[in-house]
Design a protein around this ligand. Structure first.
Ligand SMILES: [Zn+2]
Length: 826
């Protein structure tokens, strides 16, 4: 019964998404335009690029900069003055960024919110969520007031809204005060920061350092609105982690692993633990760690020719040479001689016997007369190729550049060609009846910590299964799928050739971007290649520029790596949880994660029950991360990713949640730890030193603490699968006679969505859903002015329905809830 209900509850969602996509997503309406692929400087070899700290004014500028092909993903954070982060750029690109209005920050110290006030003294007290203002004329609402401590330092995070926030002239300001413990007056007034995104006012928010926990806060707007709220705990008082058991085994991963190491260990685990583990091979091979062989002859001017082999480099392309030869006689036509793999272009001559072939003519001849060795040849970038080609000193060898290893690359050869991705499946009962959890790591090649974090989690499962009761419960009650690297081609390129590689290695670029100096910018951003809220449907944050860090691909699901994910969740429909593991930034995300920039129209917000379940799960997961070394992922970095960071069109989370009803998290592990030495938050990097500073930035420490969080996610899934308990709910205040208008709201015993009617009809899954006042806020408040009867039922995150009511058919018991608010006549 429960599973049937779950399916019904979820069916409403795809329908809703579908209609929005059709109504508002004109094909090809990408704001970056079709002409985005233009010539500009590119990052060349690793030696010439660097990471710089930058600040952008907001999402609009981020879109513009990403559309121009800059590589700005990850480590991005909202700050009061815009968005800060790192860019992987050349010196020349720094100049271009500056010209676009991007501020290049002088140092790379971690970002910090302002901390202007100290909270005085007082005692802590656990509190409920923020209090709703009871007066409907009130213009200020408090969404969150959270207290947490990390490494000996207390912090207060506040999010508050004014209903006049969009007003431009004058802009409405907000002030925050807090008490110093129970019964003490408000004080320590300071100004809050206004958060605007894509032209829309979002809310005001700040993280303040405080030495003592306040009990209540008060927020006042410059137009006289006021709200007070109770301070809640964020990740305080977490239960002990699994690692607290002295016999629990952990710390298995001893360094970064390239894909061959990850996959071979996955297969070994399946061999060593056949009763609880197996390998599932994904059906679509990758496009391969391979490149066509290339040469760029004659510089970068009008006489330059870019030559690309038909065969992959390792399949013969690397053996090809091209030569442009001069001849002594006058008035000779252009000719091509092919001897084995040697292609010799005999340049035409003019009446004086001088070379007379243009770059365009030579390129055409190479394409059509090289006996199939060369299938791509063209002038350099956007040149017209009108220059007269000069003879070469001799044959020029083509190369795929893959044997050019970066400094520090691991020993050994990388297998060339397409890869088959193994999925490590762990669970005692792999029969499709236990809730499935998909851990997908390293969609982005340079993110090495997500792979080690996932492998560490797998090791902990198999090594502790027999000896640790909690681990045994996980393995017996879940069905876990690990993709330890979902981008093996790109990951190999990151390990062996270009450390900052983000995308896969598929080159979809037109001639203007296909010369070898651009090779480090080719590829598709696998986390922009999906179908829901995609760039192809007009959502923001995916680029049509093939050299952009967020290139979305020529079409939705163009890449084998994203097709595989769809195959997996369709074949194993018991997968109900997913974590897309990225780095770095200290963020935990869910839906909505994308919006259409014009009007800031997001993908549909999850129902309140799902939203509450996400928050509850996030708190469990992040508490276990904190238990390792006090790393706190702060509440402003948790939630719908487009609400707290930016829009990422076509990401995997939107696809899996809206199409398949999977609770789909996105994680930015690593970085962002509080450094008591400097009093600032310390940013991280994609490949921090493995041992590094174990208290700050260290691949090892990040692997261990975030593996704690993944293990907790398994427990969340196991609990969800065993949840047979119906939710309960109530209307506050309930049934009764009132002397005038009453404000009422619903409350549920656990994360649950309420469907209700006020017109006397029986509630169904088509009835209105009880919603948040606004996003990231608690449930709405109804202002009841006339006698009204509410009829409702609630559904929890596992699909259990209150009182076993069946909303899908006429139920004689009418087992829904009901309450009448009677307003006395005057
Ligand atoms: Zn990533």
């Amino acid at each position: 019964m429960r599973h049937i209900q779950r399916r019904i509850a979820l069916l409403a969602l795809p329908a809703l998404v579908g209609s929005i996509l059709v109504a508002t997503g004109p094909a090809g309406a990408d704001p970056t335009g079709p002409s985005a692929t233009t010539s500009r400087s590119q990052p060349g070899d690793r030696e010439s690029v660097r990471l710089v700290q930058i600040r952008l004014t907001g999402a609009d500028m981020l879109d513009k900069v990403a559309a121009a092909g800059f590589d700005l993903e990850h480590g991005l954070r909202r700050v009061p003055t815009g968005i800060e982060g790192e860019a992987v750029v050349t010196a020349e690109q720094v100049t271009e960024l500056t010209a676009m209005g991007v501020e290049v920050l002088a140092d790379d110290a971690g970002f910090a919110w302002s901390d202007q006030a100290d909270g005085g003294i007082g005692v802590g007290a656990a509190g409920a969520r923020a209090v709703q203002p009871s007066n409907h004329q009130a213009t200020v609402r408090i969404a969150r007031a959270d207290w947490f401590t990390t490494k000996g330092q207390g912090f207060l995070y506040v999010e508050a809204r004014t209903t006049e926030g969009q007003q431009a002239d004058p802009i409405v300001g907000m002030q925050l005060e807090n008490d110093s413990g129970k019964g003490t007056p408000f004080g320590f007034a300071r100004t809050m920061s206004r958060f605007v995104d894509s032209g829309q006012y979002m809310f005001h928010r700040n993280l303040f350092k405080l030495d003592t926990r306040p009990t209540r806060i008060q927020v006042t707007s410059s137009t006289g609105g006021v709200a007070t709220g109770v301070v809640s705990n964020w990740l305080e008082n977490a239960p002990p982690p699994l690692t607290a058991n002295p016999s629990y085994k952990s710390d298995f991963v001893d360094g970064y692993k390239h894909p061959q190491q990850l996959y071979s260990r996955a297969k070994e685990i399946a061999r060593q633990y056949p009763d609880i583990a197996e390998i599932v091979y994904l059906p679509n091979q990758t496009n391969g760690y391979q490149r066509k062989a290339q040469a760029q002859v004659g510089g970068t001017g009008q006489a330059a020719v870019v030559v690309t082999s038909a065969a992959w480099g390792h399949e013969g392309g690397n053996d090809i040479t091209v030569e442009f030869a001069d001849r002594p006689d006058a008035n000779l036509p252009l000719a091509v001689e092919v001897t084995g793999k040697a292609v010799r272009v005999l340049l035409a001559t003019d009446a004086a016997g001088a070379p007379a072939s243009t770059a365009t003519e030579v390129a055409d001849a190479l394409r059509t007369r090289s006996a199939g060795l060369i299938d791509r040849a063209h002038p350099y970038r956007t040149n017209e190729g009108t220059g007269i080609v000069a003879p070469t000193a001799g044959p020029v060898a083509l190369t795929d550049f893959l044997d050019q290893k970066r400094v520090g690359a691991p020993e050994g050869e990388v297998p060339r060609g397409p890869a088959t991705i193994p999925v490590l499946r762990i669970g005692k009962h792999r029969d499709g009846k236990k809730p499935g959890v998909l851990i997908q790591a390293q969609d982005h090649a340079r993110e090495w910590v997500p792979a080690t974090t996932s492998l560490e989690s797998a090791e902990r499962l198999v090594h502790n299964y027999r000896s640790d009761r909690e681990t045994k419960k996980i393995v017996e009650n879940t069905d876990i799928f690990f993709i330890l690297s979902n981008n093996p081609d790109g990951a190999n390129y990151s390990f062996y050739n270009f450390a900052s590689q983000r995308k896969n290695m598929t080159n979809h670029c037109p001639d203007a971007s296909a010369d070898p100096a651009q090779r480090n910018s080719w590829g598709v951003d696998l986390n922009r290649n999906y179908r829901v809220g995609s760039g192809h449907d007009g959502y923001a944050g995916g680029s049509t520029n093939c050299v952009s860090g967020t290139y979305q691909g020529p079409e939705e699901l163009s890449e084998p790596e994203s097709k595989n994910i769809i195959w997996l969740v369709e074949k194993y429909s018991n997968i109900k949880f997913m974590m897309s593991v990225h780095s770095n930034g200290g963020q935990l995300f869910w839906q909505p994660g994308a919006y259409i920039a014009d009007g800031r129209i997001t993908t549909p917000r999850p129902p309140l029950g799902d939203e509450a379940f996400y928050w509850q799960s996030a708190a469990r997961i992040l508490s276990q991360v904190k238990a390792h070394r006090e790393t706190v992922v702060t509440p402003e970095n948790v939630g719908g990713s487009s609400d707290v960071l930016y829009s990422s069109a076509g990401n995997v989370r939107e696809e899996l949640y809206y199409t398949y009803g999977i609770y789909a998290f996105g994680w930015e592990v690593g970085g962002s730890v509080y450094n008591p030495g400097t009093g600032d938050w310390q940013g991280g990097s994609f490949q921090p030193e493995w041992t590094g500073n174990p208290e700050l930035v260290s691949g090892h420490a990040e692997t261990m603490e975030y593996a704690n969080g993944i293990m907790e996610m398994f427990r969340v899934a196991a609990d969800w699968g065993r949840d047979k308990k119906d939710p309960t709910s109530r209307l506050i205040p309930g049934d009764g006679k009132y002397r005038g208008p009453v404000d009422v709201r619903f409350e549920t015993s656990e994360p649950a969505t309420i469907y209700y009617t006020t017109d006397g009809s029986r509630p169904t899954l088509e009835s209105p859903r009880y919603a948040a006042t606004e996003f990231r806020e608690p449930g709405q408040v109804f202002h009841v002015t006339e006698t009204t009867t509410f009829r409702w039922f609630s559904v929890d995150s596992a699909g259990n329905i209150e009182k076993n009511y069946d909303p899908t058919k006429k139920d004689k018991r009418n087992n829904y809830r009901t309450a009448t608010i009677t307003i006395a006549k005057k």
